[in-house]
Design a protein around this ligand. Structure first.
Ligand code: SF4
Length: 363
């Protein structure tokens, strides 16, 4: 064990003990970042905390919250002979009914995974005979890169490129979720999203909803420090927003990223898996970029697309609302695992079910 690892383990143990001493009543804390979900499972943090502290996962995985309607549209677009559909690897594997983007690729569609929308744009340059479509999923962290890619496409006059705009933004969804759920006492805010939006974007959690909020980094120590900050708030009954990740997250965030977002996108209503239609929680292309909207460019195929329903026993919706744990699903580790996912939360490397499966007790 390295010195640093030893120090971390000691710090984790001390923090867990301090949290146990400070906990005076039961408390449910929701985390809404796929990386937090994975780190909490990886480090076994739930088992280190006192039983009164319940950590639940929320809608923090962008692939998981992309609803079947948009995936059905993507499947229909991908099936068009002139189209090459691209997206991140996880998105290609999400099941929709008895299909997925990988399944239609096996049937002959041109579907490719990319690491970045810029890679998709270069494919458009290399393949002028094709229509390159990028299925753009992600929160405030990835949407600026899509925006920058569209700005580059317009500047370079690349016309055989378009995006399925499926980006979502956190505040409106969290407002809806936390308002509707009295069971959630506090929020572990997503550090990556906050780095773009700024800490101030989460001030509504204590101010409007009366719940504590802490912006957290991604090590075990960083997560536990944020949990401790939330536990300390409880007896005071005066919840606030605490920035426990100040070396990365400022009050106002990344101005360049937000400027790119504002130039290309405008807020729109969006449907979230498990949460439904939430006003102002999506990003639509502004009129100046409307020509790059694949849902408009291929409107006839989208309108004719059959809607693919989720597996009837899949409980992804309840998992994303924090109402069920992955192990509560009857399919978990039986008919659903990362090799054969029955639902979105098992596909993504940031999904709650994938995290619970990967770090499940094996004995
Ligand atoms: S275990 Fe699979 S089927 Fe069940 S909720 Fe998770 S992803 Fe859905």
């Amino acid at each position: 064990m390295s010195g640093a690892e030893h120090d971390d383990r000691a710090a984790v143990r001390l923090l867990a003990e301090e949290i146990a001493r400070a906990t005076l009543r039961p408390m449910t804390i929701m985390e809404v970042c796929g990386t937090h979900t994975m780190q909490i499972a990886r480090y076994g943090l739930r088992a280190l905390l006192p039983p009164q502290i319940r950590l639940v996962s929320g809608p923090g995985c962008p692939v998981c919250v992309t609803d079947s309607g948009l995936i059905s549209a993507a499947l229909a677009i991908a099936a068009l002979p002139q189209v090459m559909l691209t997206s991140f690897g996880d998105m290609l594997r999400v099941p929709a009914g008895d299909s997925s983007l990988l399944a239609v690729r096996d049937q002959g569609a041109d579907v490719r995974y990319v690491l970045s929308p810029l890679d998709a744009l270069e494919l458009a340059v290399q393949h002028p005979e094709k229509e390159i479509v990028f299925f753009a999923v992600g929160f405030e962290t990835t949407a600026p890169l899509t925006a920058a890619t569209l700005q580059a496409a317009r500047e370079r006059g690349i016309r055989n490129f378009s995006v399925i705009p499926a980006h979502k933004t956190m505040p409106a969804a969290l407002r809806r979720l936390l308002k509707d759920s009295a069971a959630i006492d506090a929020l572990l805010c997503p550090g990556h999203v906050a780095a773009v939006t700024g800490a101030d974007a989460f001030a509504f959690v204590p101010q409007e909803l009366g719940k504590g909020a802490a912006i957290a980094g991604f090590t075990a120590v960083a997560i536990l420090r944020a949990v401790l900050a939330l536990v300390h708030m409880m007896p005071q009954q005066a919840p606030v927003l605490v920035n426990c990740y100040p070396h990365v997250v400022t009050a106002t965030g990344n101005r360049a990223a937000r400027a790119a977002l504002d130039a290309v996108f405008q807020p729109c209503d969006a449907v979230w898996r498990g949460l439904g239609d939430i006003p102002g929680s999506g990003l639509a292309l502004r009129p100046a970029y409307q020509e790059f909207d694949a849902l408009t460019r291929f409107a006839a195929a989208v309108a004719a697309a059959p809607r693919r329903e989720d597996h009837p026993a899949c409980r992804c919706g309840a998992v994303l609302r924090g109402e069920a744990a992955p192990v509560d699903c009857p399919l978990f580790a039986r008919a659903c695992d990362p090799q054969h996912p029955a639902g979105a939360c098992m596909v993504s490397s940031e999904g709650a079910c994938a995290a619970a499966y990967r770090y499940r007790p094996t004995s």
